[in-house]
Ligand binder design. Sequence first.
Ligand code: NAD
Ligand code: UDP
Length: 336
Amino acid sequence: MSILVTGGAGYIGSHTCIELLNAGYEIVVVDNFYNSKKESLNRIAELSGKQFAFYECDIRDAEGMDKIFKNEKIDAVIHFAGLKAVGESCQKPVEYYDNNIGGTLTLCDVMRKNGCKKIVFSSSATVYGSNNISPLKETMQTGGTTNPYGTTKYMIEIILSDLFKSDEEWAISLLRYFNPIGAHKSGRIGEDPNGIPNNLMPFITQVAIGKRECLSVFGDDYDTPDGTGVRDYIHVVDLALGHIKALEKVLGGTGLDIYNLGTGTGYSVLDVVKAFEKASGVKVNYKIVDRRPGDIATCYSDPSKALEELGWKAERGIEEMCEDSWRWQSQNPNGY
Ligand code: NAD
Ligand code: UDP
């Protein structure tokens, strides 16, 4: 079985490539390195002990993508490629809609022209918007997204759902990720953000390594146990393993399914700081600042559907997530 992984050089993609290779799949990676480095591909090969095909191509390039499908026999696609920074999406909405939605439309068109109708898509908890109360369930209403990034995920879910309605030969899995953190146990691959990190864990690890002075905690007056925002952090390897289960399902038949990939447990910002300090033995300077616009108090999943239907459950706890994030950061202080 040969799986095309778009965005396979990125954070979640690289961890998923390793699990795919470990599970015996052949992979074909496509990436344009907009937000990743070639070195991550070397490390996937090193860690898995396997070689794989790679194409440097933008998924919006229909001709380039068509060539890949003609050269390789692709059985299914795991589609990670996209832009993901919430703040940047407010400054560059056109680029976000173009890359995320345009890229997905081109990909789907090339797929169907080449007779490949199986796709696993990286969606996000952000599609639940701000009106639902956690634990979030797949049956809850989506929409009400608060930034262009989130809206692209919401719109792509609608596009893929309409595609399925028009042609039930498709097999589509929409995976709503909660907050991926952590890294591969080896410390050889991990999250390598460009510039100042937007997300909590890479910011914490950069403070701990001395690249940044102080973590700004965005608000301590939320209606949560300690006043700071609560999220469902999930180890990126658990997330990667969730993709293997979703892939097995799309390979096995047709249909459209939606799954939350989270742990079901919420931790506050200060819980994460404390867990990180314990795991790393390093103190993290922080100060409380104003709330970040668009943030909600609490967001965590009900992950029971993925357990019932895919037999998947996150196994790695917050300590392991922190230990692995720290191993990656301390062994690669400047990323790849
Ligand atoms: P990432 O930026 O590390 O990986 C995305 C990869 O896609 C990068 O390697 C980038 O170079 C590539 N890419 C972007 N646009 C491309 C294009 N047009 N053509 C080819 N390659 C392109 O991000 P990630 O954290 O690994 O996220 C993967 C997916 O999961 C994204 O779609 C993201 O929106 C989604 N997601 C991420 C999170 C998170 O917190 N990391 C949460 C929910 C959903
Ligand atoms: N956060 C913070 N300081 C930072 C980055 C994030 O206090 O520098 C908080 C943020 O307000 C939220 C949580 O950490 O409550 C997770 O934020 P992140 O951006 O990692 O993910 P999100 O849930 O917003 O997608």
